[in-house]
Design a protein around this ligand. Structure first.
Ligand code: AMP
Length: 278
């Protein structure tokens, strides 16, 4: 496994890999890896012959009052985990490598970037699409694997890939959860023991709606109220609860197959997200 920090060296290696006829699978991450990330790496490993994982805490996707400065990092541990998964290359650039002082260019997927997480994080998805396109141009993958935990991100990246005619297959891996149901996240370590316990309610809330839907329940407004009540009982501060079409992200009038139930909730200062698709 190689660990490379520069774009130039990475491009040279990728060119050699392409010439050898191998297909490239890519998993972009911000590091501090857990089983959720590793599940995506395993998908990339299965579906391609040369696997690249990037570790880059991307400053342009954080708002001014968000947790960029204290985002957890442990490169040594990450590298050991990725070695075990037979990853071929870790691309580990500095901020200056990706955003040199004269950097000017941003990529923005209209409308979809303004909904849901984009309401309180208006620049977040622009940061994501900008860095992902840049990484795609460096790594030149045949497939790129993202997690369904960040479902909106997946929709936006698929849109960008289609709109800009990138020849990259975007694959979404399912949400990997802790034993009690909490979706794995690098940010879970910030939760106090009390918040950690209460945070299970995110999964319980979406599961409750999924359960009721199977019993014939179909009212989105009532679904939101039910989830809100469950979460507030556990002292979660709701950022948003969305009941939307999984492709367009626009609100649905009735729950149906393909309805996305997604939410973002603060426990203390930690913002967690979760979702399910009916
Ligand atoms: P991050 O390092 O948080 O930027 O995440 C990198 C990738 O891992 C993204 O595509 C996320 O959607 C995905 N991911 C994060 N947590 C999970 C999880 N619990 N299950 C599946 N994928 C995840």
């Amino acid at each position: 496994m190689r660990i490379i920090k520069t774009i130039a060296q990475t491009k040279r290696l990728i060119e050699r890999v392409k010439k050898s006829g191998k297909t490239i699978g890519f998993v972009p991450t911000m590091g501090y890896l857990h089983e959720g990330h590793l599940s995506l790496v395993r998908i990339a490993r299965r579906k391609s012959q040369f696997v690249v994982v990037s570790i880059f805490v991307n400053p342009t996707q954080f708002g001014p009052s968000e947790d960029l400065a204290k985002y957890p990092q442990d490169m040594k541990r990450d590298a050991a985990l990725l070695k075990k998964e037979n990853v071929d290359l870790i691309f580990y650039p500095s901020v200056n490598e990706i955003y040199p002082p004269d950097y000017k260019t941003y990529v923005y997927v209209k409308e979809l970037s303004r909904l849901m997480c984009g309401i309180t994080r208006p620049h977040h998805f622009q940061g994501v699409t900008t860095v992902v396109l840049n990484l795609f141009n460096i790594v030149k993958p045949d497939i790129a694997v993202f997690g369904a935990k960040d479902y909106q991100q997946g929709v936006i990246i698929k849109r960008m890939t289609k709109d800009l005619n990138l020849d990259i297959k975007i694959v979404l891996g399912k949400i990997i959860r802790e034993k009690d149901g909490l979706a794995m996240s690098s940010r879970n370590i910030y939760l106090s023991p009390r918040h950690r316990k209460n945070a299970i309610v995110l999964y319980q809330a979406v599961r409750r709606i999924r359960h009721d839907f199977r019993q014939g329940f179909s009212d989105p407004k009532r679904a939101k109220t039910m989830m809100r009540q469950m979460i507030e009982k556990k002292n979660g501060r709701i950022d948003y609860i969305a009941v939307v079409n999984k492709n367009t992200l626009s609100p649905v009038k009735k729950l149906g197959a393909g309805t996305l139930i997604a939410l973002a909730v603060f426990f203390g200062k930690t913002r967690l997200i979760d979702n399910t698709i009916l």
